[in-house]
Design a protein around this ligand. Structure first.
Ligand SMILES: [Fe+2]
Length: 237
């Protein structure tokens, strides 16, 4: 039983699934991988690129239909992965960008080279707007290579920290492995997620990730990162 809070299965709205058939295949793979709670996090860039909200809602309902027809034990929830812009807090407040599972958490991403000051500003502004930011795949950001920065984000700003499953499931260089170990031992990491797109190398690997975590950090850490910690996101559902 796993929770996946970051996924691009809703078709025709971003670089995730292209059509209904691809979505159906990806949903099948996700539920086969043991996922029972799944948040759709379509890419949105507030104020810079139009997002087809009506298509998104319609295609999300199609996903719900497919799941019902197939009888899968899988609950799906709406959301966005927001590429942070100055307009992001306003978009969330006005309902033009969707928080995770209709709650108070919001998945945010940045360009890989974004300055730490900009990450701090984003965290502060999103908190001021009444949302708790979840930083998506922090392994991609240079500013988050510093464990001191991750600590400050997690403890001072209350930001939740997400890393992609593949980062644990695939082989990593020594320094990267050391950084990941530190995140877990200091309890800085909140969730691992698939970030699945319908493309090679972006397939679901939650089960493999859970096995790796269990072997390296023990069953409690593995279960917390793949299921328990994410339950706070579903309190409104
Ligand atoms: Fe993503």
């Amino acid at each position: 039983m796993y929770a996946d809070i970051h996924s691009h299965f809703v078709y025709g709205v971003d670089d995730g699934c292209k059509d209904r058939e691809a979505m159906e295949k990806l949903l099948a793979a996700l539920q086969q991988d043991g996922i029972t709670r799944l948040i759709s996090t379509a890419h949105i860039t507030p104020g810079q690129r139009h997002f087809p909200m009506e298509d998104y809602q319609a295609h999300f309902r199609e996903a719900e239909e497919i799941i019902r027809e197939r009888g899968w034990d899988l609950s799906v929830y709406t959301g966005h992965e927001i590429l942070y812009t100055d307009a992001a807090p306003r978009y969330l407040r006005e309902g033009k960008a969707l928080p995770l599972a209709n709650g108070e958490f919001t998945l945010v991403e940045f360009m890989p080279g974004e300055k730490y000051e900009r990450l701090q500003e984003a965290a502060q502004k999103l908190r001021n707007a009444g949302f708790i930011p979840v930083f998506a795949h922090i392994e991609r950001y240079e500013a988050m290579n510093s464990i001191k920065h991750v600590r400050q984000m997690r403890h001072e700003f209350g930001v939740r920290i997400q890393v992609n499953c593949h980062t644990f499931a695939d082989r990593q260089p020594f320094l990267r492995r050391r950084w990941l170990g530190q995140l877990i031992r200091e309890e800085l990491l909140d969730y691992v997620s698939t970030d699945t797109h319908d493309m090679p190398g972006r397939d679901p690997c939650m089960e493999k990730c859970h096995q790796t975590l269990e072997r390296e950090f023990g069953p409690e850490a593995a279960d917390a990162l793949c299921w328990y910690d994410a339950q706070e996101l579903f309190e409104n559902t």
